[in-house]
Design a protein around this ligand. Structure first.
Ligand code: F6P
Length: 320
C-alpha cells in the first residue's frame, strides 16, 4: 500500500488534529503518501482531497476541531454516493482509508469497505465516549474537563446565591460525560439515560439535603436523559427552590485538547497506520486498560461501551 487517505467524520472532537498528525507522520515515516480528504465522506464523493506532507500537520497538535473539516454525509449512505466515493479512491490512487469519527462514521466505513473491498481502519473520535472496543474516545477527556471547569464556576455563584443549578451536558444517548464530569465536579445528582431517576426521587434527594442545611445544589443532566430546562422547571414547581439552568452545548466540542487526548490520538493514529500497512482491514484501534488494541469494526458498531454503574453509585454516595 503506497497511498492512503484520511478523513474526519461526524461531530468534531478535540484531539482529531493530533490523530491526523500522527497518521500523516507515521505513514511518511514508513515511506508512504497520505491524502487528506475534506469534509468527511462528502469530500471523498466530490473529489476534494489534498496531498499531506510533514508541514501540513505542523502546529496542529494543540488545536481543537479538525483541519480536514467534518460532516455527517447523507449522500454516503446511498449506493450512488459510495460509488462516487470509490471513483475518487481510484482517481487519486488511494489503496486504504483511515476514518476518524464515531459509530455512524464507522458504519459507513464498514459498508464501503465490504462493497468495494477497500481496506479501512477506524479511529474513535467523539466526545460521547460510547464506542465499544476502547475505554476512551478522542475528545472525551477534553469535553469532561470543560464541563468540570463549568461546574467549578457555576458552583461559585450557586453557593453565593444559595441556588439550585441544572447543567445540561452533551453525550447523545450516552451518560459518560455527565457521569465522569459529575463525579469530578462533586455534583449532588447526575441524570443519565442508563440509570433513570424520576423527578420525585430527585426532589426528595434535594429536600433531604436542604433539611440538613444544604443551601445550593448542582445537578448534571445528560442530554439523553432529559431536557435540562424541563428538569429545572419541574424542580422549581415541586420544591420552590430558586433554580437556574445552564446548557453547555457545543462549547464541549472545542478547545485545546488535553494532554490525555493528544497522547491517545497520537497513539491511535500511529497504530491505525501500522494496521493498514500490516494488511489489516475492518478494524478499529482503541485503548483498553492502557494498551492499544484492535477490535472488529463490525463489533464496534453493534455494541455500545457500557456505562460504569459503580461510578454512578460512588457519585451518589459521595454527594450525600
Ligand atoms: O456526537 C457528538 C455530539 O456532540 C453529541 O454529544 C450531540 O448530541 C451531537 O453531537 C450534536 O450534534 P450537532 O453538532 O450536529 O448539533
Amino acid at each position: 500500500m503506497q497511498r492512503l487517505g484520511v478523513l474526519t467524520s461526524g461531530g468534531d472532537s478535540s484531539g482529531m488534529n493530533a490523530a491526523i498528525r500522527a497518521v500523516v507522520r507515521k505513514a511518511i515515516y514508513h515511506g508512504r503518501e497520505v491524502m487528506g480528504i475534506m469534509r468527511g465522506y462528502n469530500g471523498l464523493i466530490e473529489g476534494d482531497l489534498q496531498p499531506m506532507n510533514l508541514g501540513s500537520v505542523a502546529d496542529i497538535i494543540h488545536r481543537g476541531g479538525t483541519i480536514l473539516h467534518t460532516a455527517r454525509s447523507e449522500l454516503f449512505k446511498t449506493p450512488e454516493g459510495r460509488a462516487k466515493a470509490f471513483a475518487s479512491m481510484q482517481r487519486f490512487g488511494l489503496q486504504g482509508l483511515i476514518v476518524i469519527g464515531g459509530d455512524g462514521s464507522f458504519r459507513g466505513a464498514l459498508q464501503f469497505s465490504q462493497e468495494y473491498n477497500i481496506p479501512v481502519i477506524g479511529i474513535p473520535g467523539t466526545i460521547d465516549n460510547d464506542i465499544f472496543g476502547t475505554d476512551y474516545s478522542i475528545g472525551f477527556d477534553t469535553a469532561v474537563n470543560t464541563v468540570v471547569d463549568a461546574i467549578n464556576k457555576i458552583r461559585d455563584t450557586a453557593t453565593s446565591h444559595e441556588r439550585t443549578f441544572i447543567i445540561e451536558v452533551m453525550g447523545r444517548d450516552s451518560g459518560w460525560i455527565a457521569l465522569t464530569a459529575g463525579l469530578a465536579g462533586g455534583a449532588e445528582t447526575i441524570l443519565i439515560p442508563e440509570k433513570p431517576l424520576s423527578i420525585d426521587e430527585l426532589c426528595d434527594k434535594l429536600m433531604r439535603g436542604y433539611k440538613r442545611g444544604k443551601l445550593h445544589s448542582i445537578i448534571i443532566v445528560a442530554e439523553g436523559a432529559a431536557s435540562g430546562l424541563e428538569v429545572g422547571r419541574q424542580i422549581k414547581e415541586k420544591t420552590g427552590f430558586d433554580t437556574k439552568v445552564t446548557i453547555l452545548g457545543h462549547l464541549q466540542r472545542g478547545g485545546t485538547p488535553t494532554a490525555f487526548d493528544r497522547n491517545l490520538a497520537s497513539r491511535l493514529g500511529a497504530a491505525a497506520v501500522d494496521l493498514l500497512l500490516a494488511g489489516e482491514s475492518g478494524k478499529m484501534v482503541g485503548v483498553i486498560s492502557g494498551r492499544v488494541v484492535a477490535t472488529d469494526l463490525q463489533q464496534a458498531v453493534q455494541k455500545n461501551q457500557l456505562i460504569d454503574l459503580d461510578m454512578y453509585t460512588l457519585a451518589d454516595i459521595l454527594s450525600i
